[in-house]
Design a protein around this ligand. Structure first.
Ligand code: FAD
Length: 303
């Protein structure tokens, strides 16, 4: 058996044709050609070797809370960190695995009387996805608290530790390559009062319930905010709330959230994003940059 991917399948380290829809918050899109759930470094090393022998497109998947997977799926290998990478340890520095949920980091650190990461309660992704996106809310973002991160590079098959300053972190962006997996991250915290932290968490949760379309299928903010303005405000000001393509529509509650009815196609979300972007550009001159990411093949975009 010379094909390295068939070897990985035979060894039980990869699966073929795994449906991804249930692994994303939009709950749409097709299967992964190959899917690797990594619970140990040797699976990551074997995946890196397979990629070196027989290159394929790579998608690292966290909780899929910022992703739209194409209807015909992802024509490569999707890698997701398993439970082994979801631990959280508290101290002056809070250490969390790449698969740990950001809300869990917020709750665990707060309960252990550590302050500074409460904002993560509002971001329904993983530590790995959060570091890559420099995710943030309520005036804080990952760059404010990140000290170091351990990365596994699928291209080189090597692990390294980098400082936050090495990642060129800016508003919802870093310089991480698509093949670099965040295995673990360390966050700076201060001593805090657990009750005050819990109150702050309740305040953020309440604010989100009031202003965001909870209980719907979405992937958070669709567009990044342009400098000095808010994408939601601009879209709303043009009367675009409720604009729809198929089962995807601009939320009536928050114009930068595009919600999907069950059964919506990824192509409909894609076309709605393109339509709103074009309308905003034509009527204001502002070219909104998408914050959500599209993975796989979409009509005019290729892979
Ligand atoms: C209701 C809702 C509210 C949201 N609110 C916010 C908000 O307030 N602020 C905000 O910033 N975002 C928000 N988001 C978007 C999203 O939660 C964040 O972008 C989050 O950081 C994505 O994490 P994830 O694990 O879901 O990543 P995914 O969506 O799975 O992936 C996103 C990107 O991260 C990469 N990635 C995932 N895991 C890793 C890893 N271990 N190592 C390296 N790269 C990885 C992926 O390859 C992809 O490029 C919201 C989303 C929803 C659904």
């Amino acid at each position: 058996m010379s094909d390295p991917w068939r070897r990985l399948l035979a060894a039980g380290q990869a699966q073929a044709g795994v449906e991804l829809r249930g692994l994303t918050t939009y709950k749409l899109g097709g299967p992964a050609a190959y899917f690797v759930e990594a619970n140990d470094p040797s699976t990551l090393a074997a995946t890196a070797e397979a990629l070196a022998d027989s290159p394929l497109p790579v998608l690292i998947l966290g909780r899929g809370s910022n992703l739209v997977i194409a209807d015909d799926g992802f024509p490569g290998v999707v890698i997701r960190l398993g439970r082994r990478f979801a631990g959280i340890e508290t101290g002056e520095v809070v250490t969390a695995g790449g698969a740990a949920g950001l809300p869990q980091v917020a709750r665990t650190a707060t309960a252990a009387a550590r302050r500074g990461v409460e904002f993560m309660i509002g971001i329904p992704g993983t530590v790995g996805g959060g570091v890559r996106q420099n995710a943030g809310c309520f005036g804080s973002e990952m760059v404010d608290v990140l000290e170091t991160a351990d990365l596994f590079d699928l291209g080189r098959g090597e692990t390294s530790t980098v400082g936050a300053g090495d990642l060129a972190m800016a508003y919802r962006q870093t310089n991480l390559a698509p093949t670099q997996i965040v295995l673990e991250a360390r966050f700076r915290t201060d001593a805090g009062d657990p009750d005050e932290g819990a109150a702050r968490i309740r305040e953020i949760t309440r604010w989100r319930r009031l202003h965001q379309p909870g209980g719907t299928l979405n992937a958070g903010s669709v567009f990044k905010n342009p400098p000095g303005d808010s994408a939601g405000r601009i879209i709303d000001s043009l009367g675009l709330k409720g604009t729809a393509v198929g089962g995807a529509s601009v939320s009536e509650k928050h114009a930068n959230f595009f919600v999907a009815m069950p059964g919506t196609k990824a192509s409909e979300v894609y076309l709605l994003v393109a339509k709103v972007r074009e309308t905003v550009k034509a009527r204001t001159g502002i070219d909104l940059e998408p914050e959500i990411q599209f993975a796989g093949r979409f009509a005019d975009r290729g892979e």
